[in-house]
Design a binder for this molecule. Structure first.
Ligand code: UFG
Length: 343
């Protein structure tokens, strides 16, 4: 079995990727400091994968600890780097926290990989690197716009670091940058999903918590955008489809020297906030309490992906739809209390 280091493996996208790695015949070695994830995730992952997982409670900026892990697993053949802070609003309030963690963890990881001859790295990037693009759908050639937030800027910097490393003297690392659009949904088992701490900033957890009665009311941020119904448009991708792309990327890298390549991961379809709300109401049978409100500062008007390159090169494409993702997110919300309180 091919062993892969998975930083942030207990997080939302990381945990779903752990499942797909096991399904694909890989052995994940999870590193997570659980600063933004629940420890119960590991037990639930073991229930889904029906195996005991290797897990380290370590902060990825701790170089000594990272070296120790890699020393204990000399057969590691690659890494997927999810570990990062990811809340746009929080990054504006606490920029130092974001720059310190998101950039240092990548620097430490690549230094350790280089020292121990681990060649292939899949990096968790974001469509946020594009800002508000002039042309839609967005392709990998679409130029970067100035990042809207420190979070977005850390993704641009990390991408740049990996591009520069490839051009550096004596470089040994190849990397794939996966630019996620809006990951939503949950595992169909209802055992893992998105677990935001406190009041959610993202649309789907806000919807499911409102429907569950944990939040009183949802506000639609802005109804005067130049979109068909006036609300923002995003490319919502099921997290299970997204997770599978990481396995495809590792398989693709295993056979060739890739340098540094970026791929958009989206469905190619844009949905407005109101379309998402109405689809949720249909699949859940719940009536949502929502009001139309002002724009949220920093939101781009509309963005959706061309994932043609991932389709052609990695042989990956989405199989699930918005309705599947919303159904799974709702199922997860309904089961959430049981999973997090019992373990
Ligand atoms: N929205 C609402 N009400 C809410 C929450 C969100 O109307 O209570 C709207 C937003 O205004 C936006 C859409 O729902 O139009 C999606 O918002 P999210 O916060 O769910 O997602 P974003 O598109 O803002 O952010 C996501 C990721 C970021 C990433 C960014 C890139 O969460 O990590 O995409 O554009 F950086």
């Amino acid at each position: 079995m091919i062993k892969i280091l998975v930083t942030g493996g207990a997080g939302f996208i990381g945990s779903h990727t752990v499942v797909e790695l096991v399904n694909g015949g890989f052995q994940p070695v999870i590193v997570d400091n659980f600063c933004n994830s629940h420890r119960s995730v590991i037990g639930n992952l073991e229930e889904i994968t029906k195996q005991q997982l290797i897990v380290y409670d370590v902060d990825c900026t701790d170089e000594l600890a990272m070296r120790q892990i890699v020393t204990e697993h000399p057969d590691l053949q690659g890494a997927i780097h999810f570990a990062a802070y990811k809340a746009v609003g929080e990054s504006v309030r606490f920029p130092h926290k974001y720059y310190h963690n998101n950039i240092n963890s990548l620097l430490v990881l690549t230094r350790v990989m280089d020292a121990f001859g681990i060649r292939n790295l899949v990096f968790s990037s974001s469509c946020t690197v594009y800002g508000q693009p002039d042309q839609l759908p967005v392709s990998e050639e679409t130029p970067y716009q100035l990042a809207e937030s420190p979070y977005g800027y850390t993704k641009q910097i990390c991408e740049r670091i990996l591009q520069d490393l490839v051009r550096g003297e004596g470089n040994t690392i190849s990397s794939v940058l996966l630019r996620y659009f809006n990951p939503i949904g949950a595992h169909p088992s209802g055992l893992i999903g998105e677990l935001p701490l406190g009041v959610p900033e993202n649309l789907i957890p806000y919807i499911t918590q409102t429907a569950a009665g944990l939040r009183e009311q949802l506000t639609v941020f802005g109804t005067d955008y130049s979109t068909p119904d006036g609300t923002c448009v995003r490319d919502y991708i099921h997290v299970v489809d997204l997770a599978k792309a990481h396995v495809k990327a590792l398989q693709w890298m295993a056979d060739r020297p890739v340098g540094c390549e970026s791929f958009n991961l989206g469905t190619g379809r844009g949905n407005s906030v109101l379309e998402v709300l109405h689809t949720f109401e249909e699949v859940s049978g719940e009536k949502l309490n929502y009001v139309l409100g002002d724009r949220r500062p920093g939101d781009v008007e509309q963005i959706y992906a061309s994932s043609e390159k991932a389709n052609q090169t990695l042989g990956w494409k989405t199989e699930l739809h918005l309705a599947d993702a919303l159904k799974d997110a709702w199922n997860w919300q309904l089961k959430l209390e049981t999973h997090t309180s019992s373990k």
